[in-house]
Design a protein around this ligand. Structure first.
Ligand code: PLP
Length: 368
């Protein structure tokens, strides 16, 4: 008897392994005081203005969400100085990545990205039975020349994670200009800028300028999950020319973004003071951690994000485990093909200091 078989693309999927939840670590290790520096969440919590907006919206939960997300799209458009029909909100940037793959990939189409980048690209590509092609990192950064060289007649989509998760590195405006000159119009280029708010380099490219200039094969993705501090409610957005977005509207589920998420996005966008503080706390935390890693003789990639990739060596997995036992959750990088590294989210000062104390202790116990 033939048995029930899942869709063939799924066999290519390595399931996404998220950062461990605090409660799970508390349960497994019998700990009460656990900190999570594993998923690049905002350590300040959500903005109080977001909480108030959600409270105020609760009595309307009997109504379906606005499928157009009219107010939020207009607010995002105003924020970026584009037309509202150039904005699409999604169930996180993850949701938009899925919608892009659903809308554009046919069986066997090629998708190019770099090794050691965001695993969600692989999953959404596999779901559509696309073929993932990966170019190597160079100095822990995306190398756009290799990506341009990898383009074939079957290439449909290119994901550029900038800054890159998990390395924290950026590609520059000059690199992007050279790259875009080599990309045919039939290839869709996705600039995933989930960590945009933390970047402070003058060399960072303006992907929105490409879109404003009318390129119909470029989309920029942003999220409210990181600097805006509402990862739990699931809201992100893309900006592109309306022609690029139209297939996404057609292909997706009816209500991808719930009404509390829409309200949260609106309030988060308005809270400039919270954003300023978030970026400032992150910058100070990064500096502190760099200094401590230097003192401990650990190498790291200079970060343009709210996390730092630290080189631990062959015992990185061990160190991850021993940090867990001390109530500190960080991210091992085996799943990113960087097994000698840990990715550590920058916390508030007390968390950073606790991480360093635990790390120093662990390194001592393993004799490093
Ligand atoms: C966190 C992250 C996202 C998006 O997250 P959502 O929570 O789905 O909005 C997208 N890309 C990268 C590289 C990320 O690290």
């Amino acid at each position: 008897m033939p048995t029930l078989k899942p869709q063939s693309g799924l066999s290519a999927i390595k399931p996404y392994v998220p950062g461990k939840p605090i409660e799970e670590v508390q349960r497994e290790y019998g700990l009460t005081d656990v900190i999570k520096l594993a998923s690049n969440e905002n350590p300040l919590g959500p903005s109080p203005r977001v909480l108030a907006a959600i409270q105020a919206a609760l009595p309307q939960l009997n109504f379906y969400p606005d499928a157009q997300a009219y107010r939020l799209c207009r607010a995002i458009a105003a924020h970026h100085g584009v037309q509202p029909d150039m904005v699409r909100v999604g169930n996180g940037a993850d949701g938009l990545i899925r919608e892009l793959c659903t809308s554009y990939l046919d069986d066997g189409d090629e998708v190019i990205t770099s090794a050691s980048s965001f695993p969600v690209y692989d999953i959404s590509t596999a779901v559509m039975r696309g073929r993932m092609v990966k170019t190597p990192l160079v100095a822990l950064s995306f190398y756009l020349r290799a990506i341009a060289t990898a383009i074939t007649a079957r290439t449909k989509l290119i994901f550029i994670c900038n800054p890159n998760n998990p390395t924290g590195t950026i590609v520059t405006a000059a690199e992007v200009a050279e790259f875009m000159a080599a990309v045919p119009d039939r290839v869709l280029v996705v600039f995933d800028e989930a960590y945009f708010e933390f970047v402070d380099s003058p060399d960072y490219p303006d992907s929105l300028a490409l879109i404003r200039a009318g390129r119909k094969n470029v989309i920029m993705l942003r999220t409210f999950s990181k600097a805006f501090g509402v990862a739990g409610i699931r809201i992100g957005y893309g900006i592109a020319q309306p022609e690029l977005l139209a297939p996404l509207r057609a292909a997706t589920e009816s209500f991808p973004v719930n009404n509390l998420a829409q309200v949260a996005g609106l309030a988060a966008l308005e809270d400039a003071e919270f954003m300023r503080r978030t970026v400032e706390v992150n910058r100070a935390g990064r500096q502190y951690l760099y200094g401590e890693f230097d003192r401990l003789g650990l190498r790291y990639a200079t970060s343009h994000t709210n996390f730092i990739l630290v080189e631990i060596g062959p015992r990185a997995r061990d160190v991850f485990q021993k940090l867990l036992e001390r109530g500190v959750i960080v991210r091992p990088c085996n799943g990113y093909d960087l097994p000698d590294y840990l990715r550590i989210t920058v916390g508030v000062q007390a968390q950073n200091a606790r991480l360093i104390a635990a790390l120093e202790d662990v390194l001592r116990t393993i004799g490093r």
